[in-house]
Design a protein around this ligand. Structure first.
Ligand SMILES: *[C@@H]1O[C@H](CO)[C@@H](O)[C@H](O)[C@H]1NC(C)=O
Ligand SMILES: *[C@@H]1O[C@H](CO)[C@@H](O)[C@H](O)[C@H]1NC(C)=O
Ligand SMILES: *[C@@H]1O[C@H](CO)[C@@H](O)[C@H](O)[C@H]1NC(C)=O
Ligand SMILES: *[C@@H]1O[C@H](CO)[C@@H](O)[C@H](O)[C@H]1NC(C)=O
Ligand SMILES: *[C@@H]1O[C@H](CO)[C@@H](O)[C@H](O)[C@H]1NC(C)=O
Length: 623
């Protein structure tokens, strides 16, 4: 090749690169997005990898692609990845990069929402509970302690994300800064400016950054330089709300970042069911306007373990274990009639991928399985809390003793004889969130947040008073999300403040990880069927490890583990959720025993049995 033609080739390559660079940007002349310089609109759906076991990610993403979506919107829950300050977990179900790869394999672009606050009805809106070890911290503000924690987290997260940005060859087209910040009390622009600067410093100037707010949140949620988007549902007035967005983004593309396909469930509430027709009409109207839409949720998934959050609207409202959300793809990843309607709306605006939609996954039904009482929780204190208990004059919070989630036991002695029934109560609604009270191991009843009740007790001086506190999930949305757990006020007997406490932070999950050996070896006194107790069984599958739903008829409230995996809370007595989704990949194939363990907190049924169903029971008709 002559030197001249080499030069020509070089120019040609340079020209090609300039003509079609990988880019995602706003065209303000036409009020649209451009992808690689070409008009582009996203029709996206939300999926949270933290709510789906990693072996099922590809399945769910494939179904989202086959529904006609060209993008997925994804939250990164900080508390899922940084369990303790400076300790990070990106393994297995927490492997964010593997999830991005799985989305890329399905040809899905990614709209990333790394917070630091995400809401998502997730524990504390994704913020790590350890932030509250400093009781003075002001979350989601320019409080230097909060900013320092955010900075060090993002210095770990953002370098992992950076190669996945679209212009770097990856699939992330845009990144959201904070989340509905305009709905928070602080309205701290210094904080938002700090975040914007941090995102720019760590991700570069080329990445498209945006904010999302409800229609009333713009004034505190938006920031110059971050594209303002809005969120609203099918019942809201699209014309009015998009007009509000355009006040902040004149000539910019319309974006609904959370178009609600359904809604979440609260314990004690009704199961949410949203009308498909209204949803489809709203979607069609937005797409006709040329708007970009993300459907929240497209696949909801499950609040495994202790990860469900809570709302606060006058009272504390904890979210159920199921996050089915009445979404187009069910909790078990199956297409619903809603999905087919949405798919048909999308098909009027963009081409659907070729090929058949995957069939619903097979489910299995078997049982009953009879559980054996393994013993009262109090019998296991030495293994659940192997360290010496913490001594304290007055009760301390979960945060003060570095117990982030689950359960903390408070123990003291009765200071006097109680011959007449005497009220046991907590000042100023200070129970966070449920207290299971035992006197010399005998259940006395429950104190619950927002109930302002007392238990009446008789007993002898010196008797052991045990109070097991349950964290039902920290508030994830509202005016104030500093939701300290445990006894946040003193416990009072009659008019005597109880003192001289021993605190036992319980690590139940470590015990479950060790495959329950302790339940087989301990010699115990098995009298009780009331108050917190463990029940356990081994069982074989009738066939291949398919998905199933655990049904707990007659059980009251508690936590379930299968093969060491914390499946989440059940609360059969309160509902509406009556069964727990058990993903097939958690189960062991025929020939290998599976272990199930319940921590029943209140009352077990006379027959300590469970069943596995081939469909969920959401108790939709309970009013
Ligand atoms: C929506 O808002 C617009 C502008 O305020 C109004 O003209 C229209 O009647 C509203 N539509 C509905 C269905 O309420
Ligand atoms: C459940 O729905 C019924 C009927 O609509 C209603 O009367 C009841 O108040 C709802 N319950 C809750 C907890 O919202
Ligand atoms: C409590 O009652 C027991 C027996 O019922 C009695 O022996 C004891 O002296 C009483 N203690 C106090 C502090 O009154
Ligand atoms: C939020 O709640 C915490 C804990 O109850 C309290 O200390 C703090 O003052 C509250 N903040 C606001 C702004 O109300
Ligand atoms: C829903 O659950 C409640 C509480 O367990 C039960 O009383 C009721 O019968 C159930 N309703 C339906 C329709 O399953």
């Amino acid at each position: 090749m002559a030197p001249g033609s080499q030069l020509c080739l070089l120019f040609l390559l340079q020209f090609l690169q300039e003509a079609a660079p990988r880019s995602f940007e706003v065209d303000r002349q036409r009020g649209i997005f451009l992808l690689d310089g070409v008009p582009f609109r996203y029709v996206s759906g939300s999926i949270h990898y933290s709510r789906v076991p990693s072996p099922l990610w590809s399945d769910r993403l494939h179904k989202m692609r086959m529904s006609g979506l060209n993008a997925v919107q994804v939250y990164v829950p900080w508390n899922y990845h940084e369990p303790q300050p400076g300790v990070y977990n990106f393994q297995g179900n927490r492997d964010l990069v593997a999830f991005l790869k799985a989305a890329a394999n399905e040809d899905l672009l990614v709209i990333l929402r790394p917070g630091p606050y995400i809401c998502a009805e997730w524990e504390m809106g994704g913020l790590p509970a350890w932030l509250l070890q400093n009781p003075e911290i002001v979350l989601r503000t320019s409080d230097p302690d909060f900013l320092a924690a955010v900075d060090s987290w993002f210095h770990v997260l953002m370098p992992m994300v950076q190669p996945w940005l679209y212009h770097n060859g990856g699939n992330i087209i845009s990144v959201q800064v904070e989340n509905e910040y305009g709905s928070y009390f602080a309205c701290d622009f210094r904080y938002m400016r700090h975040l914007a600067g941090l995102f720019r410093a760590l991700l570069g100037d080329q990445i498209f950054l945006f904010t999302t707010d409800g229609p009333r949140g713009f004034s505190c949620g938006t920031l110059q330089g971050l594209y303002s988007t809005v969120d609203f549902g099918p019942d809201d007035n699209m014309t009015e709300i998009f007009a509000m967005q355009q006040k902040y983004e004149p000539n910019g593309p319309l974006v609904n970042s959370e178009y609600y396909t359904g809604w979440l469930d609260y314990w004690g509430g009704n199961h949410s069911k949203w009308d498909t027709k209204t949803l489809a009409n709203g979607l069609q109207n937005m797409l006709e306007l040329g708007a970009n839409v993300n459907m929240y949720m497209f696949h909801g998934g499950t609040n495994f373990g202790y990860w469900s959050g809570a709302d606060f609207k006058k009272i504390y409202q904890p979210v159920t274990t199921s996050y089915d959300y009445d979404a187009p793809l069910s909790e078990a990843g199956d297409p619903t009639p809603k999905l087919l309607v949405i798919q048909s709306v999308i098909s009027k605006f963009q081409e659907l991928p070729l090929g058949p939609f995957p069939l619903p996954s097979p489910k299995m039904k078997f049982g009953p399985v009879t559980l054996k009482l393994a013993g009262d929780l109090l019998n296991f204190l030495n293994v659940l809390c192997p360290d010496e208990p913490i001594q304290s004059h007055l009760p301390l919070t979960f945060e003060a003793v570095k117990q982030d989630y689950g359960f903390l036991l408070y123990r003291t002695q009765l200071p006097q004889n109680l011959t007449k029934p005497t009220p046991l109560w907590v000042k100023n609604n200070g129970v966070r969130d449920r207290a299971y009270v035992m006197l010399d191991g005998v259940s006395q009843g429950i104190l619950e947040r927002d109930k302002d009740e007392a238990l009446f007790m008789t007993g002898q001086a010196g008797s052991t008073l045990d109070v097991l506190l349950e964290n039902m999930g920290r508030i994830s949305f509202g005016y104030n999300i500093s939701d300290f757990k445990g006894l946040i006020q003193p416990l009072v007997l009659g008019d005597v403040v109880l003192t001289d406490w021993l605190l036992f932070p319980l690590n139940i999950d470590a015990l479950m990880d060790s495959k329950n050996r302790v339940f087989e070896t301990q010699e115990l006194n098995l009298k009780s069927s009331s108050g917190p107790a463990f029940y356990s069984a081994t069982f074989q599958l009738p066939g291949p490890p398919w998905d199933t739903f655990l049904y707990l008829p007659g059980w009251t409230k508690g936590q379930v583990w299968i093969n060491g995996f914390n499946l989440g809370r059940y609360w059969t007595r309160r509902g509406p959720q009556q069964s727990l989704y058990v993903p097939g990949p958690l189960l062991l194939p025929t020939g290998t025993p599976n272990i199930i363990t319940l921590l029943e907190l209140e009352h077990a049924p006379p027959r300590t049995q469970i069943q596995f169903l081939d469909r969920p029971l959401f108790n939709a008709t309970l009013h």
